[in-house]
Design a binder for this molecule. Structure first.
Ligand code: F6P
Length: 361
């Protein structure tokens, strides 16, 4: 019997999503002879009439999709699959509409590519609809539990490292302290990894408290050693000294993380007289061309996800552990994020390199 599977990308996009959709399609068609359907814009495509879905063929991937950032299926980090909407004057439950569309497509299983939040929503949805589900972790934040590498993370670290490479010469030319604010939500993975790779002097992550005085002391030390500039990386969720997160209220009324870089710039200038400039890296961390590692992880995850379906294993999430792809229960992952452990070996490396990473002891 020919199997029909659906695939969707959910939550914030990142590099490597097209590569994983490709891997799923190639494996499902070439190995098992299944039909693969791409669901558009996360679950939003299933709310449309007609349902917004496209059958994927291996020929879709003849071109350069493997190499491209973003997701050609579209994604969505706002749509909530639960709640009510009005259709033709009638109030209906959104999840019922989505599940109904899924059933109409006669799909045997769903592969959902998302972060911890999306996986949680998809878990509730597929449980309600009795849908066979496999999750694939993606997020530049790299905060999915039990998983060493999420799709998109490596590229984001690369982009942030390149930014430091470009900030260093201009910092030196103008004798400045350059502050780079990076994404990552409540996890400091991007900041820590890019900070070490990009030669930062100061790395601030949400997991470790810091003091402006500590940063100032470190800048004085650098000066004392005869260097005229400094590089500072800060993760977006690092708190101000009063313990509050720096946030920006957008015109749509939503409050998002942002502004910790400028806050630090002012404080550091006042205390050290070092001229500071702030770069907020933002969404370039998400839209870049995937690195080789992201393409590899994506390819390995896609193949494994299809094989799990072929073996009748459901409610699992594929993960990267000890240099190979494994699968763990969706229950152990959905909605559970993983920030940096204080014992992370790279924190020790940063300290050993003389980087100020906060008041650790
Ligand atoms: O979770 C991924 C992420 O890129 C975070 O690092 C960042 O805080 C957030 O999404 C940005 O979301 P948006 O695309 O809604 O601005």
């Amino acid at each position: 019997m020919v199997k029909r599977i659906g695939i969707l990308t959910s939550g914030g996009d990142c590099a490597g999503l097209n590569a994983v959709i490709r891997a799923v399609t190639l494996r499902a068609i070439n190995q098992y002879g299944w039909q693969v359907y791409g669901l558009r814009d996360g679950t939003l495509g299933l709310m449309k009439d007609p349902i917004d879905v496209v059958e994927l063929k291996t020929s879709n991937f003849d071109g350069n999709l493997l190499r491209m950032g973003g997701t050609f299926l579209g994604s969505n980090n706002k749509g909530k699959p639960f709640g009510k909407i009005t259709r033709s004057g009638k109030e209906i439950e959104i999840s019922d509409l989505i599940i109904d569309s899924f059933k109409k497509l006669e799909l045997d299983a769903l592969i959902g590519i998302g972060g911890d939040g999306s996986l949680k929503l998809l878990q509730s949805l597929t449980k309600k609809g009795n849908i066979n589900f496999i999750g694939i972790p993606k997020t530049i934040d790299n905060d999915v539990k039990h998983n060493e590498l999420s799709i998109g993370y490596d590229t984001a670290v690369d982009v942030a490292t390149n930014a430091l490479d470009m900030l260093q010469p201009t910092a030196a030319s103008h004798r400045r302290a350059m502050i780079l604010e990076v994404m990552g939500r409540d996890a400091g993975h991007i900041a820590l990894n890019a900070g070490i790779a990009g030669g930062a002097d100061v790395i601030l992550i949400p997991e470790i408290p810091y003091s402006i005085k500590g940063i100032a002391k470190h800048i004085e030390k650098i000066r004392g050693e005869g260097r005229n500039h400094a590089l500072i990386v800060v993760a977006e969720a690092v708190k101000k000294e009063d313990g509050k997160k720096a946030t920006v209220k957008f015109v749509d009324g939503e409050v998002r993380l942002g502004g910790i870089g400028s806050y630090l710039g002012d404080k550091i200038y006042k205390l050290t007289d070092a001229e500071t400039r702030v770069t907020v890296l933002g969404h370039v961390q998400r839209g870049a061309q995937p690195t080789h590692r992201d393409r590899l992880i994506a390819s390995a995850f896609g193949v494994k996800a299809v094989d799990l379906i072929a073996n009748g294993k459901f409610n699992r999430v594929v993960v990267w552990q000890d240099r190979s792809v494994k699968d763990v229960s969706l229950n152990d992952i959905a909605g559970k994020s993983q920030t940096l452990s204080k014992n992370d070996p790279l924190i020790e490396v940063a300290t050993a390199l003389g980087i100020y990473i906060g008041d650790i002891n």
